[in-house]
Write a protein that binds this ligand. Structure first.
Ligand code: HEC
Ligand code: HEC
Length: 318
C-alpha cells in the first residue's frame, strides 16, 4: 500500500469528520431555534373575548344538561365513588377538582366552582374551555380536553359558563398538575384560538348525534374508529377490561341493537347514583349513570350517528 493512498484516506476521514461536525452543529442550532420558537411563539397568545354572558334560564338549563349528562366535566373535576357502577360523582364534590384516577392518577384537575373562578371574566372562562389558556395566559395541561370543546357551538359554551357560575361554592386549593417535559411541549403547541362552528339543529339526526358523540368524548375511550379495545382499570381495584367495539358490525353486540334497544340500555342505568353494585365484583368506567339522563331524542341521535360509521369486525376473544 503506497503512502499516497494513506494520505488520501487521512484526508478523506478529515473531510468526513468536518461534514459530521457541521451536521452536528446545524442539528444543535435547529433544535435551539425550535425550542426558542416553542417558548416564544406558543401558546399562541390571544386576548380573552370581552363579553358578558347573560345567565338566561335557557342557558342555565342547557348548561346543566351538558355538564351533568353529556360532557365529562364533572367526571374529571370531582371525586367519584367507585363502589357504585360507573363511578358516579360524589355529591358535594361537584367541580372541586380531583386526581384523574381513571386516566392519570398523578394529574389533578382544577377547582371550577365559583370561589376558584370568581375573579375570572366570562371571556377568560370561554378561552380556558375552548383554547386551553389559563387566566394568567399559561397553557393548561392537555388532559383538559379543550381541543374537543373547541368544536362546541358558541351557545353551548356560553351555557357551560353560565352553569359553572351556579355550582355550589367549594373552597379547595388544587395544585397545578405536575407535567413531564413532552406533555409541557404538547401543551404549549396545542392551544388555538376558538373559531365557533356553525350552529347545528338539534334533532334525531346522525349530524346532531355526531356532535354529541364528539363533546361526550365517546371516541376517547372507544377509539377514533370506535372499534374499542382500549384497556381501563377500575380505581382502587385490579379489575381491568377493554372498551367495547361500538361500530355497527354484525359481529358486535351493538350491531344487532335497534334504536329502542340502545336507548333502553342507556336508560336502564338512570340515576340516582347509578346502579349499586355488590362490592367490587364487576364495575365499569363507562359513565352509564350520567349518560342515562340524556333525553331519548339525544340518545336516538347518537344511535343514528353510530349506524353511519365504518363497521369494524369484532376481534375474536382469545
Ligand atoms: C379528562 C379530564 C377533564 C375533563 C373531561 C374536563 N376537564 Fe377541565 N381540566 C382538567 C385538568 C387536568 C385541568 C387542569 C389544567 C391545568 O391546571 O393545567 C382542567 C382545567 C380546567 C379549567 C381551568 C381552571 C384553572 O384554574 O386554570 C376550566 C375552566 C375547566 N377545566 C373547565 C372544564 C369544563 C367546563 C369541562 C367540561 C365541558 C371540563 N373542564 C372537562 C381536566 C378535565
Ligand atoms: C371513560 C371511558 C368511556 C367513555 C367516555 C364512553 N365509554 Fe362506552 N364503554 C366504555 C367501556 C370500558 C365499556 C365496556 C364496559 C361496559 O360495557 O360498561 C363501554 C361500553 C359501551 C357500550 C356497550 C357495548 C356492548 O357491546 O355492551 C356502549 C353501547 C357504549 N359504551 C357506548 C358509548 C357511547 C355512545 C359513549 C359516548 C356518549 C361512550 N360509550 C363513552 C368506556 C367508555
Amino acid at each position: 500500500m503506497g503512502q499516497g493512498m494513506l494520505d488520501e484516506e487521512v484526508a478523506m476521514s478529515a473531510r468526513v469528520f468536518r461534514v459530521l461536525r457541521t451536521v452536528l452543529w446545524v442539528s444543535i442550532a435547529l433544535v435551539g431555534v425550535g425550542l426558542a420558537t416553542l417558548l416564544l411563539a406558543f401558546p399562541r397568545s390571544q386576548p380573552a373575548a370581552e363579553l358578558t354572558i347573560e345567565p338566561t334560564p335557557e342557558r342555565l338549563e342547557r348548561g346543566r344538561y351538558l355538564v351533568e349528562h353529556v360532557a365529562n366535566c364533572l367526571d374529571c373535576h370531582s371525586e367519584r365513588d367507585w363502589s357504585y357502577y360507573g363511578g358516579p360523582v360524589v355529591r358535594g364534590t361537584e367541580g372541586q377538582g380531583a386526581a384523574l384516577r381513571v386516566l392519570r392518577p398523578h394529574i389533578q384537575s382544577a377547582n371550577i366552582t365559583p370561589p376558584a373562578l370568581g375573579e375570572w371574566s366570562d371571556g377568560e372562562i370561554v378561552r380556558a374551555i375552548t383554547s386551553g389558556i389559563g387566566r394568567d395566559g399559561r397553557a393548561l395541561n392537555p388532559f383538559m380536553p379543550y381541543d374537543t370543546y373547541a368544536r362546541m357551538i358558541e351557545g353551548d359554551v356560553y351555557s357551560l359558563v353560565s352553569y359553572l357560575r351556579t355550582l355550589p361554592p367549594i373552597e379547595n386549593d388544587v395544585p397545578r398538575p405536575e407535567e413531564s417535559w413532552p406533555i409541557r411541549l404538547i401543551g404549549r403547541v396545542l392551544p388555538r384560538p376558538y373559531v365557533a362552528p356553525e350552529a347545528i339543529d338539534r334533532g334525531v339526526t346522525a349530524a346532531y348525534g355526531r356532535y354529541l358523540v364528539e363533546i361526550a368524548e365517546c371516541g376517547f375511550c372507544h377509539g377514533a374508529d370506535f372499534s374499542g379495545g382500549r384497556m381501563f382499570q377500575i380505581p382502587g381495584t385490579s379489575q381491568k377490561f377493554p372498551s367495547e367495539n361500538i361500530t355497527p358490525h354484525p359481529s358486535n353486540r351493538i350491531g344487532a341493537w335497534s334504536r329502542e334497544n340502545f336507548v333502553g340500555v342507556f336508560r336502564s342505568f338512570a340515576p340516582p347514583g347509578g346502579r349499586e353494585i355488590p362490592g367490587h365484583e364487576i364495575n365499569t368506567v363507562m359513565p352509564w349513570s350520567r349518560y342515562a339522563g340524556m333525553s331519548e331524542d339525544d340518545l336516538g341521535a347518537i344511535y343514528e350517528y353510530l349506524r353511519t360509521i365504518e363497521p369494524v369486525e369484532q376481534d375474536e376473544p382469545e
